[in-house]
Design a protein around this ligand. Structure first.
Ligand code: ADP
Ligand code: MG
Length: 653
């Protein structure tokens, strides 16, 4: 079954080469029980590793059922280790954080076959007499019991051959005898067993004893001949590997996920600390985006309450420190101007003139000074100021300079408390006015309370209260958003014509709300950029933290990686295991971060009164990002783990 021809193996440590095997030739029949003996350092383990496909010879040929091992790929060798070989080591190499049962069924996750294989694991444990220890962890078992569990693990894939390297080296004589009885029985059941030992009474269980010295075979004695002749067809074993093991088939991925979870949970504090950076980064991204969205939403709300497609025409230059602020540099608008602008029906939907001033209000014993707006009939619709309690002015009231008023909610609170103001009479600058409505609440616009206002008909304000014969401002609503610029031009032309102004005259200005909007958005964008870069930095720092901890974890678990490779894990399996682990960690950090960020935004909205809005988009973004960080920063440590050579990883102390 096995044919070794002139095998050489040299290890390179620094400058000096160690020639561990120097021309070993050997053939092994199916069903043999071989003991390899010799002094320490004579090359026994090296030979066993080559026989067990854990290592490749530098020179010479190894034919396994007629196939040369040289021609096999790494994945194929891994698959063969999983399918035809079982290993038992002196140090047992059980994984500490799993139960015995889980340790025993571990080779199955690399087999690509479906099922949880608990039953098989329990069966094998029963054959080595551990049926009462199924859920114990390796630490809870004696050395002999651990080695029996390791044998059960070697048996779980029903291998043809069992390779044992000093299986009794760490055991007392009673336990050694038990282990040897188990191996003897397996041999009787037809398994091929190759065992390294340096004790004569252990070697005595075998049928064939090979003695090595200085990397060469000194003697090779059989108690009986090959039971099955070499040429027998039965002796050729099918050792083709199944190389098409899909990740998604047969629950392999969820198996990896479970393992990652196990390793994360076994190091809870460390895992938590290492994802802290990610957690903070994600939390700040979420909070930042919630604040940004909230600011945007409240801004839009404000803009809507200001009115849409709105132009504001005012006397005076748009330039704050313009040179043309001399006397007579301000155009004074009249109600005729408003009518003419409103008549431009191709671009203008409606227009309303306003005057403003301040007013002293009195109701019963309450005094309140506030700002006064004299408004035209269209103002209510244009600026969303139609009362929900009470009513808006009538054309008649505006035409006849009636003494009626609509007051904002702040004024209501100050003058009336909780009583309904509609129908009551208040004094505005000592003149009696009847309250006909309460303006809808608008909140704060910048620093000004937009609800601290009293509105009266524009004519009443001009001639009865403020004593002005001109308007301060004309609001113009363009017919559609695309007509805002056209409306600006046409309205400007009309005003210039009516007031006989030159083209260059800057005694009035027309502004649209998009300017205000742009100004507000650019401020919030600067804020977001700033917060965003802080978040990005903490995510990168968090990622580096993850990489660091993964590198530590790879080093710490070198022997585990070696063991996994010995039982058939391929390079991609190891890689995947560590990637899943780092992505799992960053994702967990990310999810906690999302919760924390949402919590912070919620607290800001409840306790500080900020407007926040956690969006699904930001949650998805944060989730994706934390996964990508895990992937990116986990890649290198995972590669490092996957590239470890099984033999060296197993020797790692
Ligand atoms: P034995 O199992 O008979 O004690 P080994 O096969 O383990 O001997 O080792 C043979 C020689 O090769 C020893 O000198 C040992 O130090 C050396 N050796 C074994 N494995 C390695 C390795 N991975 N790297 C370097 N030297 C090694
Ligand atoms: Mg050895």
């Amino acid at each position: 079954m096995i044919e070794l021809k002139d095998i050489y193996r040299t290890y390179q440590i620094g400058e000096s080469p160690v020639r561990a095997l120097r021309g070993v030739s050997l053939s092994v029949c199916k069903g043999e029980f071989i003991a390899i003996m010799g002094a320490s350092g004579s090359g026994k383990s090296s030979l066993l590793h080559i026989l067990g496909l854990l290592d490749k010879p530098d020179r010479g040929d190894y034919l396994l059922s007629g196939r040369n091992v040289k021609t096999m790929s790494e994945d194929e060798l891994a698959s063969l280790r999983n399918n035809v070989a079982g290993f038992v080591f002196q140090q047992f190499h059980l994984l500490k954080r799993m139960s015995i049962t889980d340790n025993v069924r571990l080779p199955h996750i690399y087999s690509g076959r479906k099922g949880d294989f608990r039953k098989e694991a329990i069966e094998r444990l029963a054959t080595v007499g551990l049926q009462d220890r199924l859920d114990h962890s390796p630490n809870q078992l004696s050395g002999g019991e651990q080695q029996r569990a390791a044998i059960a693990r070697a048996l779980v894939r029903d291998p043809l051959m069992i390779f044992a390297d000093e299986p009794t080296g760490n055991l007392d004589s009673k336990n050694s005898a038990e282990i040897m009885h188990i191996l003897k029985r397996l041999h009787e059941e037809g398994k091929t067993i190759i065992m390294v030992t340096h004790e004569n009474d252990i070697a005595a269980y075998a049928d064939r004893i090979i003695i090595m010295r200085d990397g060469q075979i000194l003697s090779d004695e059989r108690k009986s001949g090959c039971e099955i002749p070499e040429q027998d067809a039965d002796n050729g074993v099918d050792v083709r590997a199944d190389l098409k093991i899909s990740l998604w088939r047969n629950g392999r991925f969820s198996g990896f996920l479970l393992q990652a979870l196990q390793s994360m949970l076994s190091n809870k504090v460390r895992s938590f600390l290492s994802v802290l950076g990610i957690l903070v980064g994600v939390a700040s991204v979420i909070a930042m985006m919630a604040l940004g969205e909230g600011a945007k939403a409240s801004m839009q709300e404000q803009l809507k309450s200001m009115g849409s497609n709105l132009l504001s025409v005012r006397g005076g230059s748009a330039k704050i420190r313009g040179a043309t602020q001399g006397a007579g540099a301000v155009t004074r608008f009249t109600l005729r101007d408003v009518a003419d602008i409103a008549a431009l029906s191709s671009v203008v939907k409606r227009a309303a003139g306003t005057v403003s001033g301040s007013a002293q209000l009195v109701y019963a014993n309450n005094n309140w000074s506030t700002s006064l707006d004299g408004v035209g009939i269209q103002y209510g619709d244009m600026r969303s100021s139609i009362p929900s309690v009470g009513r808006w002015f009538t054309t008649d009231e505006i035409g006849k300079r009636e003494k009626v008023a609509i007051i904002g909610v702040t004024v209501v609170k100050e003058l009336f408390g909780n009583t309904n103001p509609v129908g009551k009479t208040i004094k505005i600058n000592r003149i009696n006015f009847k309250v006909i409505g309460v303006a809808p609440a608008k909140g704060f616009a910048g620093h000004r309370d937009a609800d601290d206002v009293v509105m009266i008909p524009v004519s009443t304000a001009m001639y009865r209260v403020l004593g002005k014969d001109y308007l301060d401002r004309i609001y113009v609503e363009a017919a559609s958003p695309s007509l805002i610029d056209a409306a600006k031009t046409v309205v400007g032309q009309v005003i210039r014509k009516r007031h006989r102004l030159k083209e260059s005259d800057e005694s009035f200005s027309i502004r649209d709300m998009t300017e205000i909007q742009q100004m507000m958005t650019s401020t919030t964008e600067t804020m977001s950029l700033l917060l965003g870069s802080i978040a990005a930095i903490s995510l990168v720092v968090g990622g580096i933290g993850i990489m660091n901890i993964m590198l530590v974890s790879v080093t710490e678990r070198t022997r585990e990686i070696g063991l996994r490779k010995a039982i058939g894990a391929r390079k991609s399996d190891i890689m995947l295991q560590f990637i899943v682990e780092s992505v799992g960690m960053t994702l967990t950090g990310g999810l906690i971060g999302i919760a924390a960020g949402a919590g912070v935004s919620w607290a800001l909205s409840v306790f500080a009164g900020w407007s926040v809005k956690t969006s699904l988009f930001s949650v998805l973004l944060a989730t994706t990002f934390s996964m990508l960080i895990g992937l990116f920063f986990g890649l290198w440590p995972a590669r490092k783990a996957a590239d470890l050579k099984p033999v060296e990883a197993l020797r790692y102390e």
